[in-house]
Design a protein around this ligand. Structure first.
Ligand code: NAD
Length: 359
């Protein structure tokens, strides 16, 4: 019996989380779910969108399945998703982008995996607001330290830290993943030609780590070129490893290559804990309508089963999912050729079809 923390999330999260839980249970793997609530809906009652029992539960169980959660724009609270990653030091974000026959996409035969560093870079949240005394002090300091620096006094400043420690562990994660999953090539992606001391360091450290894995091919690409390459010939790529911000942007690009956010799973790994979640957000406009596609979280569930050592169940779940999608009958609106197709099924009916197929 495995113990797993289940965070339904908010918006459409609870609907897709419930669909995913039922599908996972249909594999026959025994899981005791520890259901804890976080997100915008618990804010009023608990005074925080991330009550301490949520992190306590993940720390205890070491594995969590999480529905998406809303980050309101223009209010004080920071992203719960980012907070969970930070609090548990979930430094590696894994985003497999695989095309399944039946999924409408401009590309076929794409099967790449993106590994995003989750804790550093411009995403570290180290920011100085325009006009604040501390910001002016910082600008004066930097302008005084470098002849090149001419930061205007009315600037806001975001800091981009990239460390040897953070880079080593994420690049090593990418190579270890490649070995464990029979992958052949790792491509590091940076803008090292311009940001020599941050991205340049990432590139140098990646090259050093790559030498420890001679059986896996290694290459480095500049991020703008990488975007073009991915759009032109995505089938050439296997495992990508990127600093946080490029990883965030290219995750959505790669999800787009294989049919969009509805089918893009994800996982966040730390030294001790792992949290499995879809790439997409809470799609709040569809809340409570039993409409959105549960596939991304279901595929995240398959990744979770693999992480739990339930390889056969993970493979079976993926195969059954692929069959239902290939048939194209019991799928949600976004997987139909016409988004208004009246034969599209709802979130829970798509889960039912997968469960039925599992037998
Ligand atoms: P979103 O991913 O929720 O939606 C983007 C578009 O994709 C929308 O048109 C939506 O309808 C569609 N979409 C998303 N998931 C779908 C699904 N499963 N099936 C069918 N269509 C789907 O992104 P957004 O609108 O930018 O963000 C909404 C909220 O989610 C924001 O508050 C954002 O901060 C949050 N968010 C959370 C996470 C997370 O929980 N990890 C990730 C991204 C965004």
């Amino acid at each position: 019996m495995h113990r797993v923390t289940l965070i339904p999330g908010d918006g459409t999260g609870p609907e897709i989380a419930e669909a995913t839980r039922r599908v996972i249970e249909a594999t026959g793997v025994k899981i005791k779910w520890d259901v804890v609530d976080a997100g915008i809906d618990v804010m009023a009652e608990k005074g925080t969108p991330l009550p301490p029992e949520v992190l306590d539960s993940i720390r205890k169980n070491k594995v969590a399945l999480k529905g998406p959660m809303t980050t309101p724009i223009g209010t004080g609270f920071r992203s719960v998703n980012v907070a969970i990653r930070k609090e548990l030091d979930l430094y590696a974000c894994l985003r497999p982008c695989k095309w399944y026959p039946g999924v409408r996409s401009r590309y076929e035969n794409v099967d790449l995996v993106l590994v995003r560093e989750n804790t550093e870079d411009l995403y570290a949240g180290i920011e100085f607001e325009e006009g604040k005394p501390g910001t002016l002090e910082l600008i004066d300091y930097i302008n005084g330290k470098s002849e090149k620096a001419k930061i205007r006094k009315d600037s806001g400043v975001s800091i981009k830290p990239i460390s040897i420690f953070g880079t080593e562990r994420i690049v090593r994660f990418a190579f270890e993943y490649a070995i464990a999953n029979g992958r052949k090539k790792v491509t590091a992606v940076t803008k090292s030609n311009i940001m020599k001391f941050s991205d340049g360091l990432f590139m140098k450290v990646a090259e050093k780590v790559a030498r420890e894995y001679p059986k896996i091919e290694y290459e480095h690409k500049i991020v703008d070129n990488m975007c073009m390459q991915l759009v032109q010939k995505p089938e050439l790529y296997d495992v990508l490893v990127l600093p946080n911000l490029y990883g965030d942007i290219l995750s959505d690009l790669c999800a787009g290559l294989v049919g969009g956010l509805g089918v893009a799973p994800g996982a966040n790994f730390g030294k001790d804990c792992a949290v499995f979640e879809a790439t997409h957000g809470s799609a709040p406009k569809y809340k409570g309508q039993n409409k959105v596609n549960p596939s991304a979280l279901i595929l995240s569930g398959a990744l979770m089963l693999k992480h739990l050592g339930e390889n056969d169940a993970a493979k079976r779940l993926e195969a059954v999912f692929a069959k239902v999608v290939k048939e194209g009958k019991n799928v949600t609106y976004d997987m139909k050729a016409d988004r208004n197709d009246p034969t599209a099924v709802g979130t829970s009916q798509m889960a039912d079809a997968i469960i039925k197929e599992m037998g």
